[in-house]
Design a protein around this ligand. Structure first.
Ligand SMILES: Nc1ncnc2c1ncn2[C@@H]1O[C@H](COP(=O)(O)OP(=O)(O)OP(=O)(O)O)[C@@H](O)[C@H]1O
Length: 312
């Protein structure tokens, strides 16, 4: 399938000499939700801005729907909706006018029925005649999305859609994103919240220092890099691990009261059965057991290191 966005060897050096992107290659498939994760200053906004034609690349090529974002800017921009972090529109304007105006800016003919359905989808319909300043923070965020959708883009970029919002609103935003995807919109979002990527993305890209460290299916990524842990609470504490258990990836807790077995993805099933048998042979009994799977956050921190850990 031809990617809807194709980014090739993209670099960006700002005027002050700062290299914000260092050769990024990325294909985005139609209809997917891609989450770009990365610490502050990683290059996420720069990347999005280039695709949206707001920042010029230093080298490389970006195609949107097969069109070059520089030479065919009008065509590519018309296909893209961009949801920035903050509302910069006139706070004394009404919701209806703000969203309708945005359609006009992109050269599209007025379509009140469409604006109505966008506002209804985003639960903004009852507020259509309210001024933006009269809306709650969450409603303002939804107006940003409505504005970006008013010209019927095929691709929607969301720059940190849930930064600084409460848990309920975050869940609500995720539902909005899901609904858009169901309508066939391709969605690219940047986020600091790993939980967000874990929850809604089909694929996850990790950017750090201007480089795309990886981009992979979320579930495959978690299977491949995610570690699992089995913890056995022992009936009697142990002073040391018996030698016969050395071949299992086992650790004894500091107080000797628990055994911790780490394994990767699917390899575990077989090893757990034989570990339990070996414990029985050694006459080691346990009173309880629990398992834990490493999250996308663990994977991300391991990849990007402490810098990301502080942010996450
Ligand atoms: N106009 C500019 N001139 C010089 N440097 C810039 C400019 N814009 C961004 N940068 C630098 O490029 C790097 C990448 O910035 P960018 O905004 O793309 O990061 P980001 O991943 O979006 O970060 P954040 O999560 O904080 O929004 C940063 O170090 C930033 O200081």
């Amino acid at each position: 399938m031809t990617p809807v966005v194709s980014i090739e060897k993209l670099t960006k050096t700002y005027e002050n000499g700062f290299e914000a992107l260092k050769g990024v290659d990325l294909d985005i498939e139609e209809g997917e939700i891609l989450a770009l994760l990365g610490p502050n200053g990683a290059g996420k906004t720069t990347l999005i801005s280039i695709v949206c034609g707001l920042v010029n690349p230093s080298a490389g090529k970006v195609l949107v729907g097969g069109h070059d974002v520089i030479r065919e800017f009008r065509k590519t921009r018309a296909m893209i909706g961009l949801v920035p972090q903050e509302l910069t529109t006139d706070m004394f304007e009404t919701v209806w006018n703000t969203v309708s105006f945005s359609r006009g800016v992109h050269g599209r003919k007025p379509d009140p029925a469409l604006i109505e359905s966008i506002l209804k989808d985003l639960s903004l319909w009852p507020k259509k005649d309210n001024m933006l300043r009269e809306l709650s923070g969450g409603m303002k965020r939804r107006v940003l999305i409505a504005k970006a959708l008013a010209h019927e883009p095929k691709i929607l970029f969301l720059d940190e859609p849930t930064a600084g919002v409460d848990v309920n609103l975050r869940r609500e935003m995720w539902q909005v994103v899901e609904k858009l995807r169901a309508n066939g919109v391709t969605i690219i979002l940047t986020t600091h919240y790993i939980e967000e990527a874990e929850e809604i993305a089909d694929r996850v890209g990790v950017i750090d220092g201007g480089k795309l460290l990886l981009v992979e299916e979320k579930t495959a990524l978690m299977q491949k890099l995610g570690r699992k842990q089995l913890r056995l609470e022992l009936s009697e504490p142990l002073k040391a691990l018996p030698e016969s258990l050395a071949l299992y990836n086992l650790a004894l807790s500091d107080d000797g009261a628990a055994l911790i077995h780490e394994y990767q993805g699917e390899e575990g099933q077989g090893s757990i059965a034989s570990l339990l048998a070996a414990l029985a042979t050694e006459n080691i009994h346990f009173r309880d057991l629990s398992t834990r799977q490493s999250s996308l956050e663990d994977i991300f921190v391991a990849l990007v290191g402490e810098k990301a850990g502080e942010k996450a």
